[in-house]
Write a protein that binds this ligand. Structure first.
Ligand code: PMP
Length: 426
């Protein structure tokens, strides 16, 4: 039997307190395969949470590519080498033709840091807009954008936070286009307030599906209008695709369905299926201008192993039709969640994009009062029944599910049946 208490004590002694752990009864994992995770006692869990191993845990093709390359050559990008070029060609081929340059790094935070620097250098500005319930990473500059966890030093004058475009608990008594206008106007007002404060505006950074905010059904036209205001003021639109990218939404990229092509976008998490690779994709002139004025080198970013892994991830997504799978199984899950919504009043709202879901739990459907305590209970109860997921959102009441993209219909049935049991027992 795994001694959970002893592990937690050891962890705190060595790593200090405050390292977040999931669940009241934390899980001690030792192995993963496909959509399954196994604990130290041999218990099997259906993974409905992890978006990083997008192709499934320990996919043999990815493991093989990693091992082969690690046994052949792994240096950095200051020698001529085809791996990074092959990867850049394949990856850039998946974006709009205007997005034709790539820089590689290791974490989503680093990618966002680089995107901010590129935006500052190209615009000469320093003011950034983000939403009021987000997370973009952990460097000093990027932490300034984190509204879920306030940085210890507080926020600088160069940051403005706008409400995320939530139609469910809308901040305005409006609907449709008018609601989209009202949320987008906040962006315009934020830009005006930069002007008043004498701070030059650089751009807006948002996750194109507002994943950390709670995955809203973004009011139609919002992105077009918000980005219109940004561009009118000479700013750049940075799309943080760290969570939304690589097929998660049933399309390759989260920004696609909005119809608005970013100036710069950042990639991470699923890019290496667990191996640390991240990237910035940008319009050529933006990256070229940046590179002509600042030396950017990342010791591990773009090394041969990372690129071999990145290529293998693209191969698997394509060969196994995982984008299409995210769309079709995702559609099925969403329909099943809606069935549960009809059955249980505690489900106020169900939202989904591909294999990314948010189930908004409420104390009362009429008032939409968030039920964070119930969300916590459901997450723990599901864990006890062998299903791993978590919760998120401005009110911490939204069940958050993002299984590996190889999630099958039978996995969906197990998830929905178990969720049904747990909700019934609440
Ligand atoms: N952007 C988004 C949208 C994220 O959700 C995260 C991590 N949760 C990051 C950036 C930061 O990525 P990393 O932890 O790899 O630095």
């Amino acid at each position: 039997m795994s001694d959970i208490k002893a592990l937690i004590e050891r962890r705190e002694r060595l790593l200090g307190p405050g390292n977040p752990l999931f669940y009241d009864d934390p899980v001690h994992l030792v192995r993963g395969e496909g959509v399954w995770l196994y604990d130290a006692d041999g218990r099997k869990y259906l993974d409905c949470y992890n978006n990083v191993p997008c192709v499934g845990h320990c996919h043999p093709r990815v493991v093989d590519a990693l091992c082969k390359q690690a046994g052949t050559l792994n240096t950095h990008t200051r020698y001529l080498d085809e791996h990074i070029l092959d990867y850049a060609e394949r990856l850039l081929g998946k974006f709009d033709a205007s997005l034709d340059r790539l820089a590689l790094a290791c974490t989503g935070s680093e990618a966002n840091e680089l995107a901010l620097r590129m935006a500052k250098l190209n615009t000469g500005g320093e003011g950034f807009i983000c939403t009021n319930a987000t997370y973009h990473g952990n460097t000093a500059a990027v932490a300034q954008l984190n509204s879920i966890f306030e940085p210890f030093e507080g926020y600088g004058e160069h940051i403005r936070m706008v409400n995320w475009p939530d139609p469910y608990r809308a901040k305005y008594e409006l609907e449709g286009n008018a609601l989209a206008d009202a949320y987008a106007d906040e962006v315009r007002h934020a830009i005006e307030s930069f002007d008043e404060a004498g701070i030059k505006f650089a751009g807006m950074i948002v996750c194109p599906i507002f994943a950390n905010e709670g995955l809203p059904n973004v009011p139609e036209g919002y992105m077009e209008k918000a980005v219109g205001h940004v561009r009118d003021a000479g700013g750049l639109y940075i799309a943080d695709e760290v969570q939304a990218g690589f097929g998660r939404t049933g399309e390759w990229w989260g920004h696609t369905s909005s119809g608005v092509i970013p100036d710069i976008l950042t990639l991470g998490k699923p890019m290496g299926a667990g191996h640390p690779i991240s990237g910035v994709v940008a319009r050529g002139e933006l990256l070229d201008e940046y590179r002509s004025r600042e030396m950017y080198f990342n010791t591990y970013g773009g090394n041969q192993v990372s690129c071999a892994v990145g290529l293998a991830v693209l191969d698997v997504i394509e060969k196994e039709g995982l984008v299409e799978n995210a769309a079709s199984v995702g559609g099925y899950v969403l329909q099943e969640f809606r069935r549960l919504q009809a059955k249980y009043g505690i489900i106020g709202d169900v939202r989904g994009r591909g294999l990314f879901f948010g189930i908004d739990l409420v104390k009362d459907r009429a008032t939409k009062a968030p039920d964070a305590a119930a969300a916590k209970r459901v997450v723990n109860e599901l864990r006890n029944r062998g299903i791993l997921m978590s919760k998120i959102g401005e009110h911490d009441n939204v069940l958050k599910l993002r299984p590996p993209l190889c999630f099958a219909k039978e996995n969906a049935d197990q998830l929905c049946a178990t969720l049904d049991e747990v909700l019934d027992a609440l």
